[in-house]
Design a protein around this ligand. Structure first.
Ligand code: MRU
Length: 346
């Protein structure tokens, strides 16, 4: 099943509802702007590249409902839809990146007939999707050069096919290497509070025949101390110009541990996740989420009293000094990142 699927015949957009995994593999239809906004907000579709791809199709699907007398009026209404979708989650830059790409294209062709602009938007959404497949493949190839057969690899959250299009970023080298007959031992952090590691990463790797062991987040130290891990692969939601990287909450803790034990931690992601407008990680907005995700969400009974305060940031920023390399579809960037990341855009 494809995680994001636009059916041109019926004009319908489907996603695999990731909140139901691993117990149920079900596609859901996204028709209204509110359904689309909530699918992103509630993590039915999640992972930075997947959010971008989905948002592009969402905007196209919404464009079919716009009634406008001229291309210019159509673009104004399209932009309003884009702003609404963009407000669903703040940290992953791929969301605004993909929406901006769609709006800029429409505005650049606002003198065309509305129907023709819609045609361009569908082609653009498809291009964003196909480019991601290609980028993941290249990231996987570059990432595979960083590990050898038999290595132990620790990963945090989920940066696999569900979070992208195909292969994934952090899981890409593992899946590609496995296809080529290599064997890895993967430790998947369960990733509290939303359990992307348990629900999605161990699911994807297990189904692909990878030797995956699920651990609680607070066990990462033990597997590293036992020398069971030779590299850490993580994804990214936004990379600042100096290499500081926002990724799922807990990534920074993994990076600190890996530095202590001399294990390289690599960030893997497409160049669309690099935001040169953010000078450092301090410029990255971190999403705060509902306390109920910590207190009640995956429990049969509440695990804290209703009045207990919670701090629930969805992401943290890993300092660039803790990152051994940033793997993109254009190659592997090494420190100093201010130079190596800028060079990608020249
Ligand atoms: O809150 P999520 O599940 O969307 O967070 C996802 C991550 O942190 C991923 O590591 C990141 O988006 C990269 S996905 C290729």
């Amino acid at each position: 099943m494809e995680n994001i699927r636009y059916d041109e015949n019926s004009g319908s957009l489907y996603i695999v509802d990731q909140t139901l995994l691993p117990n149920e593999e079900r596609e859901i239809l996204l028709s209204t702007a509110d359904e689309m906004y909530n699918a992103i907000k509630l993590l039915k579709v999640r992972g930075a590249p997947a959010i971008g791809i989905c948002a592009a199709y969402c905007l196209y699907a919404l464009s079919l409902k716009i009634e406008a007398a001229s291309g210019a009026e159509f673009c104004t209404l399209l932009e309003k839809n884009a702003e609404y979708l963009n407000s669903s989650r703040p940290t992953a830059v791929n969301l605004s990146w993909a929406l901006k790409r769609m709006v800029v294209l429409a505005k650049g062709n606002s003198s065309f007939a509305v129907e023709d602009i819609r045609g361009l938007l569908l082609a653009e959404a498809r291009a964003i999707h196909n480019e991601d497949i290609e980028m993941c493949r290249k990231i996987s190839e570059f990432g595979l050069t960083l590990v050898k057969d038999g290595d132990g690899i620790l990963t945090h959250c989920n940066a696999g096919p569900l979070a992208t299009s195909r292969y994934g970023t952090a899981l890409g080298p593992i899946l590609l290497g496995t296809e080529r007959g290599m064997k890895f031992h993967v430790f998947a952090d369960e990733t509290r509070p939303l359990l992307q590691g348990a629900r999605l990463t161990s699911y994807e790797l297990y189904k692909a025949g990878v030797d995956v062991t699920l651990i609680c987040d607070n066990m990462a130290n033990t597997v590293m101390k036992n020398s069971w891990v030779q590299a850490c692969f993580v994804g990214c939601d936004r990379v600042a110009a100096n290499g500081d990287t926002a990724n799922k909450i807990g990534t920074c803790g993994v990076a600190v541990l890996s530095k202590y034990y001399g294990i390289p931690l690599y960030v893997l992601g497409p160049t669309s996740t690099i935001d040169l407008n953010c000078k450092t990680g301090a410029d990255i907005e971190i999403e705060q989420r509902d306390p109920e995700e910590i207190k009640t969400m995956f429990y049969a009974k509440p695990m804290a009293l209703p009045g207990v305060k919670c701090f629930n940031p969805a992401f943290d920023v890993t300092d660039h000094e803790l990152i051994a390399g940033i793997v993109t579809q254009k190659g592997i960037c090494r420190p100093p990142y201010t130079e190596s990341l800028a060079a990608l855009f020249k």
